[in-house]
Design a protein around this ligand. Sequence first.
Ligand code: ADP
Length: 296
Amino acid sequence: AEFRLSDFEQLRVLGHGNGGTVYEVRHRRTAALYALKIVRTDAADASLRRQVYREVDILRRAAGSDHVVRFHAALPTPSGDVALLLENMNGGSLDALLRRRGRRPIPELALAAVARQALLGLAEIHSRQIVHRDIKPANLLINAAGEVKLADFGVGKVLRRSLDPCDSYVGTCAYMSPERFDPVTYGGDYDPYAADVWSLGLAMLELHRGHFPLLPEGSRPDWMALMVAICFGEAAGAVLEGTASGEFRGFIECCLQKESGKRWSVAELLSHPFVAGADRPESERALRDFLTDNSD
Ligand code: ADP
């Protein structure tokens, strides 16, 4: 279907990103709800706008997967910005969920459902030669049905790099794999997909602990501290000593191998006991329960 901006009415703000604001909107005729992400582009900079559309093509190519946020249209706005019409993921990001819950860790059983769905999303985009490069809790979105989907690849990344290099650099490099800092030591036969596996492992560890796991709680990340923690920090599983099941610790260790060649692939991780062993309906129910639990 052809969409125009005037077909939609604005309901509320869903979130703010580096690129602009995301609104919940309703299609007037069908009453269907969508997310509308306004990406500010410098109207004077035609090359920047071309870049947005090039990235939109990547988003389109990645769509069609059950675990990638569906992309419907890129619409020009009167002010010269671009509005991306997306599937409405009404549970928001897992990062926001964590903050809303006072950083209460997500239980392992529920995390198994998160990991499985995020891995399925990665399998889907990797099979289309797309590397996400920015996997983190803020880019894993959830809906009321407990479906977890990958969001914000390509588009956000290119825009952030060109619009706001300093500010976004730290945010992005917090989840960057060792081989992206030091390809000689950690890269081996460079596999670009392995970097997404590292980031997913780190995101899962963060959701399990309630806060970013590589730096002291509340500390301001700077590039040097991050690089040191990522490349020279103790083995990832060590922080889980005594606080996690053997399956979860094993899963995290498979994702967070510093040498990219030793890291498990997405396909291997999908059959890891932490993901494959957990009863699927039960872990999906645990995730929905965490989502709706208002006890604190
Ligand atoms: P940016 O790329 O500018 O960082 P994001 O795409 O990360 O922006 O969006 C910012 C916030 O808006 C997210 O953290 C999330 O809370 C919300 N959001 C983004 N896309 C959607 C969506 N499709 N459905 C619901 N909420 C969304």
